[in-house]
Structure formats: structure tokens, C-alpha cells
Design a protein around this ligand. Structure first.
Ligand code: NAP
Length: 301
């Protein structure tokens, strides 16, 4: 019998639903005179960072979150960033603070992120939130891992007891995601393996995965021979590939060789339209949670 190709995990459709429910929560806040506010700090002119920040601000506008946009030149002084962050920490109209990474040049990322009020840290990169995550304590959770967990839950993909292999050990994706998947909860309790650039025989490891999550930043790294029949494949990678035949002059692809892997997987996320929109939705979610917390109306869901 011919095998069906994988079902697509539609990040855009999931995001739409998430944003509808956030929109209701924003309306409830506005009835109390509160408009959730997101402070966005972008230093430098990296095109990918600019396009992420534009997409985040557009999503904020569409849903009724006020964004406070601060763009600084490549050679901005660290003291300038720190003073803007300090103002945002103290500003009651700012509920969430986002510093777009990577920061250019000589700026000390740890010092800048460490200056953000952990209660407004919507990216959850502050060491306090990272520590709380490690200890399974309440705190902000990073947006991309949250988006991935949401997709697994929405598509009823069992996590508990499954073999999850993550490609990449960054503090933004791989490590926090591994920790969340280890939580003693229904969306956790997985057996997690984290691979990186020194992992020997990557294919041997990835073929064990019931759920394979690629966040290595290497276009097309995951090919069909590295995937177990019926595995769930989540592609976090985002790469702009120059292509003069398409409008805009580039197309976007992920870490997974989508066409070959979809013939072997049971579920797969596309790029674009998979993890990306979910990441932005979770940023909106975290901002709304911060605003609700400030208003004393936080929901636990
Ligand atoms: P990163 O900080 O560059 O980390 C990449 C990780 O992958 C590192 O741990 C690296 O290993 C590992 N790696 C590199 N080559 C590998 C290989 N051949 N085999 C196994 N592991 C390998 O990247 P990141 O910030 O986590 O982002 C990863 C990708 O996701 C990028 O394409 C990024 O653009 C994308 N991303 C997308 C979203 C979204 O919303 N869709 C959000 C965040 C990131 P070492 O530690 O040994 O160097």
C-alpha cells in the first residue's frame, strides 16, 4: 500500500485561533482602561532582525497591543540601551520588554538582557526566568519552545514517554525546549536527547526520535534517511535563500528537507507557516499575561 505523506502542522491556522482568544482578553483589559504595551528595542541594521521586529510590531498592532519601538544604530552605546531599558522597566504602560538578539558588536548581551525586569521579560531570556524554567517553577517561558509545545498539544501528539531528539542547544530554542519537555507534566515527561555540532553520527541519533525538532540553523540538514518512519518533525530553522525567480528575490526554507521528509513523517511543520507564526503568537500571549498580571486579572490557562 502506498504511504500517505505527512499531515501538515498549520502554524498559521493555530496562530489565528490563539490570536482570537488573546483578542478577547485584550478587550477585557481595555474595559478596565488597560492597553497591553510591548517595548521593542532593536540595535543595528541586521536585515533578518529588522524583518522579525517588523513582523512582531505588525502582529501587535493587529491585535491591539501598543508597541513602543526603539531603533538604535549599530554603534549605539551600551549605556543608551541600559537607560532605555531602565525607563521601560519603570513605565506602567509597558508590560513587556523585548530586546532583539543578536546585539551588534561590542554590546554585552548578558548585561543588557540582565537589565530587563524579569516580570516584563516576554522573551524569557533573563537568567531568573531561565533558572525558574530549569527548576520547574512558575515564570515567563520563551516563545519558540512555547509555540512548539502548543502545536504538539493542538495536534494531539503524545509527548509523555516519547523519544524526542532536538538538534541545537541554544539558550533561545534547544535548551529551554529540552527542559520544558522534561517537565513532570502531560506536555513533558519525554525522553530528551539534545544534539549539537559535535554530536557523532547524527543520523543514528535522529532515527530514534518519535519527535524530531530541528533548530540547528543549517538549511536542509535533516534528510529523509535521518527520520524514522512515522516520526513527527518540527522545523524551527529559518533561512533566506536567494532566488531571483521569486518576488522579493529570496525564498525561505528551514533546517529540514521538506519534500523528502514529508514522505516519511506522520506530521511536519512547513517553513514558512509553521513555528514562525506560533513564536510571534506566544510573544503576544506573554505580553497579555504580563498586562493581566499588572492588572491583577491573570488567568492561569
Ligand atoms: P544558534 O544559536 O546558532 O544554535 C544552533 C545550534 O545548532 C547550536 O547548538 C549548534 O551546535 C547546533 N548545530 C549547528 N550545526 C549542527 C549540526 N550540523 N548538527 C547538529 N547540531 C548543529 O541558533 P538558534 O538561535 O537556536 O536558531 C536555530 C535556527 O532556528 C536558526 O535557523 C534560527 O533562524 C531559527 N529560529 C527560528 C525561530 C522561529 O520562530 N521560527 C526562532 C528562533 C530561531 P554548537 O552549540 O555545537 O555550535
Amino acid at each position: 500500500m502506498d504511504r500517505m505523506s505527512a499531515s501538515i502542522i498549520d502554524g498559521r491556522a493555530l496562530s489565528l485561533r490563539l490570536r482570537e482568544s488573546l483578542s478577547e482578553r485584550i478587550k477585557r483589559l481595555s474595559r478596565r482602561g488597560i492597553v497591553p504595551g510591548l517595548f521593542v528595542l532593536l540595535a543595528g541594521s541586521d536585515p533578518a532582525s529588522q524583518s522579525y521586529v517588523n513582523a512582531k510590531e505588525k502582529a501587535c498592532r493587529e491585535i491591539g497591543i501598543r508597541s513602543f519601538d526603539h531603533r538604535l544604530p549599530e554603534d549605539a552605546a551600551e549605556s543608551e540601551l541600559l537607560s532605555l531599558i531602565s525607563e521601560a522597566n519603570a513605565d506602567p504602560d509597558v508590560h513587556g520588554i523585548l530586546v532583539q538578539l543578536p546585539l551588534p558588536g561590542a554590546l554585552d548581551q548578558n548585561r543588557v538582557i540582565g537589565a530587563v525586569d524579569p516580570g516584563k521579560d516576554v522573551d524569557a531570556f533573563h537568567p531568573l526566568n531561565a533558572g525558574r524554567l530549569l527548576l520547574e517553577q512558575d515564570g515567563m517561558r520563551p516563545c519558540t519552545p512555547l509555540g512548539i509545545l502548543h502545536a504538539l498539544e493542538a495536534y494531539c501528539i503524545p509527548v509523555e514517554g516519547s523519544e524526542v531528539v532536538i538538534l541545537g542547544r541554544s539558550s533561545v530554542v534547544g535548551k529551554p525546549l529540552a527542559n520544558l519537555l522534561l517537565f513532570r507534566s502531560s506536555l513533558g515527561n519525554a525522553t530528551v536527547t539534545v544534539c549539537h555540532s559535535r554530536t557523532r553520527d547524527l543520523g543514528q541519533v535522529t532515527r530514534r526520535a518519535d519527535i524530531l525538532i530541528a533548530a540547528a540553523g543549517q538549511p536542509g540538514l535533516v534528510t529523509a534517511d535521518m527520520v524514522k518512519e512515522g516520526a513527527v518533525v518540527i522545523d524551527v530553522g529559518v533561512h533566506r535563500i536567494e532566488d531571483t525567480r521569486v518576488p522579493g528575490g529570496y525564498r525561505v526554507r528551514g533546517d529540514v528537507d521538506f519534500e523528502s521528509v514529508r514522505e516519511k513523517a506522520s506530521f511536519i511543520t512547513p517553513v514558512p507557516g509553521g513555528v514562525g507564526p506560533l513564536t510571534i503568537s506566544m510573544l503576544l500571549h506573554n505580553t497579555v499575561v504580563c498586562a493581566e498580571r499588572a492588572a491583577g486579572t491573570e488567568k492561569t490557562a
